[in-house]
Design a protein around this ligand. Structure first.
Ligand code: ATP
Ligand code: MG
Length: 395
């Protein structure tokens, strides 16, 4: 009998002839995520992946916590693997129930059997009934409840047999690196980390750009963005974060441009810098946390004027979401607590009291020309500081 981790994946199964390619990337990502926890063997078998540690004292809890964050995985279970022999299956089931009852006061259970190995002489319902009987004999305080049991003992009979009682839900999605790369414009707010996470979940490899306006924004505001990127890295693995000084550009816009057009002009400058950083890294798209109508710079007219500044596609995965829906995701992915820390962002330092909500692109371009931005944009790109944010365990 051996302790292993069973990894289930979803959408990749639909990939037809390309499926092995996706599976191999997922396996590579699984191995990367478990680095440092000890030697493992990762085996693919019948649309599942098994992680088999060498050492019986392997840290299964940390491993499962990390695997839960690997995109492409739908759920994971800590399972007992044994040879497909009914006496062994019975013995193991008893041991497992014993262990479950040590930590929980369960009163009812059921056995659910799946038989992938048709050569096994008993049919699934027979196995369930027989094992249920054995468990009742050994644990007289338990009863069988097939509708709403306190716990389920899952038995999967294949070449080997696997027994487990818990399915831990993961986030699904596509494996990182199966859908190209994009640069996330990350602020310290609630929205952009969620936007980056959503694109990463679809297999996009993320790097990030943050604009800061020292001394108008503090070191702590910058640290907050580093911390948010660390949380994203707990899902994605390593993330390159470019910290771009934005003060000169903001001061120039603030001095020279009409204040009611300032926000969109500033956003266009951000987009251009992000596009330049993306281009020099072979990245083809940008991501922002904008949501339709949330603020003046997120109306259709403002977004059109913002997009006009770059040639790349700009992905806005939150565009159709309400704030409370975004907050729910931020809480689920654990960025919320950090996002609501009260450090100022560069966008909030220079704000107009009455921004145009329906700016005309031609007017924006005219106002933008009053400022001398191109040299300052060059300098900002050149002086970007690149930090490599590593995956860290997240609790
Ligand atoms: P967020 O919660 O992500 O800050 P927001 O609702 O506050 O978004 P804005 O401040 O208008 O909206 O910013 C819109 C988008 O522009 C952000 O989601 C983010 O992608 C990008 N952005 C804003 N400020 C910065 C910044 N300082 N550095 C990098 N990107 C930024
Ligand atoms: Mg913001």
């Amino acid at each position: 009998m051996k302790n292993v981790i069973l990894v289930r994946y979803g959408e990749i199964v639909l990939k037809g002839l390309n499926r092995p390619l996706f599976e191999d990337i997922l396996i590579k990502n699984i191995k990367k995520s478990l680095l440092g926890l000890g030697k493992i063997n990762v085996v693919k078998s019948q649309a599942r992946i098994f992680v088999e540690p060498d050492d019986e004292n392997y840290d299964y809890i940390s491993a499962i916590e990390r695997l839960r964050r690997v995109f492409g995985i739908v759920s994971v279970s800590h399972v007992k693997k044994m040879e497909t022999d009914f006496e062994t299956i019975k013995k193991c089931s008893i041991e497992m129930v014993q262990k479950i009852l040590k930590s929980r006061e369960y009163k009812s259970f059921k056995v659910e059997t799946k038989r992938g190995q048709k050569s096994f002489p008993m049919k699934s319902p027979e196995v369930s009934a027989e094992l249920g009987g054995v468990i009742l004999d050994n644990f007289p305080n338990l009863t069988v409840d097939v509708i709403k049991p306190d716990f389920i003992l899952y038995v999967e009979i294949r070449e080997n047999t696997y027994i487990y009682s818990e399915k831990i839900q993961a986030f699904g999605g596509m494996p990182q690196g199966t859908n190209g790369k994009a640069v996330l414009l990350i602020s310290g707010g609630i929205d952009s980390p969620v936007a980056g996470w959503m694109m990463a979940k679809r297999g996009v490899e993320i790097s990030a750009v943050h604009f800061y306006s020292y001394p108008y924004t503090s070191e702590r505001a910058k640290q907050k963005v580093i911390d948010l990127t660390k949380i994203l890295a707990s899902y994605c693995g390593e993330i390159d974060l470019y910290i771009v000084p934005f003060t000169e550009i903001q001061l120039e816009i603030n001095d020279k441009c009409p204040h009611d057009q300032m926000t969109v002009i500033m956003r266009r400058a951000m987009m251009q810098i992000a596009e330049r950083i993306a281009n020099s890294n072979g990245v083809q798209a940008l991501i922002t946390g904008e949501s339709m109508g949330q603020v003046a710079s997120q109306t259709i007219q403002s977004l059109v004027a913002t997009d006009d500044a770059v040639n790349m596609p700009v992905f806005r995965p939150l565009i159709g979401m309400d704030k409370n829906e975004i907050v729910d995701i931020a809480k689920k992915i654990k960025t919320f607590e950090t996002s609501i820390l009260p450090y100022e962002d560069c966008c909030t330092v220079f704000v107009s009291k009455h921004p145009k909500t329906k700016p005309l692109l031609s007017a924006i371009i005219e106002c933008e020309a009053l400022a001398d931005l191109s040299g300052k944009i060059d300098i900002a790109v050149e002086s970007a500081e690149k930090l490599t944010i590593k995956r860290e365990a997240l609790h």
